[in-house]
Design a protein around this ligand. Structure first.
Ligand code: HMG
Ligand code: MG
Length: 298
């Protein structure tokens, strides 16, 4: 019982590039996003309106967003607070994402807040966005393991998910920020969320591939009814405020698996691979994606 179609939420330009040592020129980022759209991706996270000192790689959000906002795709952006929302709305953003944590350690490291203080910070953001007809995604980090706290109790994750939905988030993304999840843990969390009246239709999954489990975890989530999967072109990514976070699940690896399963994504794998190879050349290092490497050698 697998879904007929999966929506890929592409995060390479945001989660990917926020963690690169080199700051990529704004024009290259814009071309990256344009090429991703041309490859058939329909939801492309563009950037973050966060404090530029916290994430210098994305400090050009004001310059970048207008260069891509004409594209006929959804272009969500991260906003941690009302200041971020104001910046995004001024540029005409129609989709925003807040980002909560299931653990206190990461809430502190990433947002300089406790878990509940961060939720309180998001509340007016979500309210104002919804009032303006703007779609809101709620990220939840450290859903499986935390580098400081170890394995994360399911109840902790369920509590914050429910709070984000109660606030008005349209969808949630369950983050395995440091890539420690395994499929059994994914099934256990999705089952716990179901039991606590969190609808699977509102859930996306966001796996980092640190231990090579991202595809297996994705398959477990699909078997549970999830149809939104986050991935990053070429496997770019990580998180600057989570030690031991490596790249996201590579979009190419995901598309290869889904294609083999007969699941439609609308993505042209050839164009996508060419885009990731092009970006890897700009970054001066090969893509970690096995599919990109295999297809580039053909
Ligand atoms: P803070 O230091 O507590 O900020 O940081 P503050 O509220 O005390 O404000 C301090 C100053 O920052 C003020 O300026 C504000 O105006 C300014 P001053 O008066 O001193 O001149 N400021 C801002 N400036 C620009 N844009 C803003 C903004 N907000 C305040 N939006 C803050 C709190 C939330 C700002 C900070 O912690 C921050 O920016 N954090 C962002 C961290 C981040 O982006 N992390 C990566 C994304 S999360 C992720 O990658 C995980 C994910 O992929 C899922 C997964 O894998 O788990 C999503
Ligand atoms: Mg991430």
């Amino acid at each position: 019982n697998l879904p007929a179609r999966v929506r890929i939420h592409e995060v390479g330009a945001r989660d990917g590039l926020q963690n690169e040592k080199a700051t990529v020129p704004t024009e290259i980022k814009a071309e990256f996003i344009r090429r991703l759209a041309d490859a058939g991706l329909t939801t492309i996270e563009a950037t973050s309106f966060v404090h530029p000192k916290w994430v210098p790689q994305l400090a050009d959000a004001e310059q970048l967003f207008p260069l891509v906002s004409d594209l006929p795709v959804a272009l969500p952006v991260l906003v941690p607070n009302e200041r971020g929302l104001d910046r995004a709305l001024t540029l005409g953003a129609r989709r925003v994402a807040v980002f909560a944590s299931a653990t206190e350690s990461f809430a502190k490291a990433n947002l300089n807040r406790t878990v509940d203080e961060a939720l309180a910070m998001f509340e007016p953001v979500v309210e104002r966005a919804k009032a303006g007809g703007v779609h809101v995604r709620g990220y939840l980090s450290m859903c499986f393991g935390d580098p400081w706290e170890g394995p994360v109790p399911l109840e902790q994750v369920v509590r914050v998910c429910r709070a984000l939905l109660a606030m008005g988030c349209d969808e949630l993304s369950l983050g395995d920020t440091i890539g420690v999840a395994t499929p059994g843990h994914v099934t256990a969390l999705l089952t716990a969320l179901n039991e606590q009246q969190v609808p699977t239709s509102a859930l996306g999954v966001h796996f980092h591939d640190t231990y090579g489990q991202a595809l297996a975890n994705t398959l477990a989530a699909l078997q549970h009814g999830v149809t939104t999967v986050d991935a990053s072109a070429g496997g770019l990514g990580g998180c600057p405020y989570a030690k031991s976070a490596t790249g996201n699940l590579a979009t190419e690896d995901l598309v290869w698996m889904l294609r083999g399963l007969g699941i439609d994504t609308g993505v042209d794998l050839g164009r996508l691979t060419a885009t990731s190879a092009w970006m890897a050349a700009h970054l001066g290092r090969p893509s970690p994606s096995r599919t990109v490497r295999a297809l580039s050698q053909e």
